[in-house]
Design a protein around this ligand. Sequence first.
Ligand SMILES: *[C@@H]1O[C@H](CO)[C@@H](O)[C@H](O)[C@H]1NC(C)=O
Ligand SMILES: *[C@@H]1O[C@H](CO)[C@@H](O)[C@H](O)[C@H]1NC(C)=O
Ligand SMILES: *[C@@H]1O[C@H](CO)[C@@H](O)[C@H](O)[C@H]1NC(C)=O
Ligand SMILES: *[C@@H]1O[C@H](CO)[C@@H](O)[C@H](O)[C@H]1NC(C)=O
Length: 451
Amino acid sequence: MLRGMRLLLLILLKLKESFIAKFGSAPKFYVRAPGRVNLIGEHIDYCGYAVLPMAIEQDILIAVEPVKTEIVQLANINSSYLDFSTSVNNIQINKTKPQWHNYFLCGLKGIQEHFGLNNPTGMNCLLDGTIPPSSGLSSSSALVCCAGLVTLKANGKTLSKVKLAEICTKSERYIGTEGGGMDQSISFLAEEGTAKLIEFSPLRATDVRLPSGAAFVIANSCVEMNKAATSHYNIRVMECRLATKLLSKSKSLDWKKMLRLQDVQAGLGVSLEEMLTIVEEVLHPEPYSTEEICKCLGISLEELRSQILSQNTQNVSTFKLYQRAKHVYSEAARVLEFKKICSEAPDNAIQLLGELMNQSYISCKEMYECSCPELDRLVDICLQFGAIGSRLTGAGWGGCTVSMVPTDKLNTFLKNVKKAYYQNDGQRLALENNGLFATKPGRGALVFVEA
Ligand SMILES: *[C@@H]1O[C@H](CO)[C@@H](O)[C@H](O)[C@H]1NC(C)=O
Ligand SMILES: *[C@@H]1O[C@H](CO)[C@@H](O)[C@H](O)[C@H]1NC(C)=O
Ligand SMILES: *[C@@H]1O[C@H](CO)[C@@H](O)[C@H](O)[C@H]1NC(C)=O
Ligand SMILES: *[C@@H]1O[C@H](CO)[C@@H](O)[C@H](O)[C@H]1NC(C)=O
């Protein structure tokens, strides 16, 4: 703890010096927001289901000085990220090719709109980040959350953490992706020493104490989640929505109002296991063409495109509905089971949690098709060297795995995984420092003011 505090003070001091060099005056306050690792519950937050993440130590840190002009000036400690400035009264968010500052603008705009601020303050901001980008540890949402809290504080306003998380979830959609809210929620609601079950509608977080005999290890596959990952993600969101429509229609629910797979379960008042049986009865494993979907719903292709498909899925011609729905309902059940095992702490808890992580990974790979060869290889290596369970985390198609490793085997595990996955590849080895580490539940976003 003491070492952590001292390190933080050193980092703040360094950031302050850079801020003064850049803007010619000292920052008035600092805000940090952490990244996260999702332990279980992949791709289900946007379907309305609970997830089980924890905050990591890596974070986005912003030094801030409110100014009397209407200009917000953004700079980054890392010179790969270019300076940006804009009027706070004319915020344009670029969806086509979002650069780092667009994520800041999402948080800024979200808070301004929430309060209907007529005269929002300008500010100078200098950012330092330690979350590896495009790795599934939520660096972009941490930036949106950090910017939201910066804007709140700079304008002298206050909000609950839950409200902040809701606003930042909504405002990150200005970028064009339909996130479900896990990332922003854990960034605000996290507490040191405990993972959280995050539930939606209404948003709430419950402590989940992890077993003491196990460490959770993050390993980066060093495959960047890129533009293609975004496109896969948008298609998955739509496949879940279409599955929702077809399941609802077949069960005579008001399908036009149903948006998420959880709505179907709630509408029918059945268990997740029963939903899995219904999926078997109603949907077929062969992909659905847009024609078949239109026929099932009794609508025209024009109606499908204008009323259901998002802008970024207009051109997709086939959709897998059975596989996606199977994954979502089974993964939702695994999250609840994981939470239950942690609260009841049976003797074989670590074994049982490992099985759930394994099953989650297989479902992600086979039903949701969100793995990639490097993630598959990394999961194999982690299991081979002593992980009790291992899975991809943070959407997939690249990014990281999370593995549960008995604490007494941690050092040999790290050494062996380093040798097997990183050692013989220069590019991976360069990232390994930031890309292979054991992590503990860290605390959520907060504001520091210098004494
Ligand atoms: C700066 O950011 C780039 C792009 O993300 C990254 O490749 C590089 O390692 C970063 N540099 C430092 C010093 O962190
Ligand atoms: C968005 O960014 C792209 C690439 O930098 C640029 O070509 C385009 O003009 C930008 N659009 C807007 C609305 O700023
Ligand atoms: C959809 O296809 C049309 C014609 O091929 C193309 O012009 C358009 O850019 C595509 N839209 C998207 C979102 O990919
Ligand atoms: C997880 O899967 C691996 C590989 O299939 C297996 O060796 C391991 O025993 C599994 N863990 C548990 C707890 O079942």
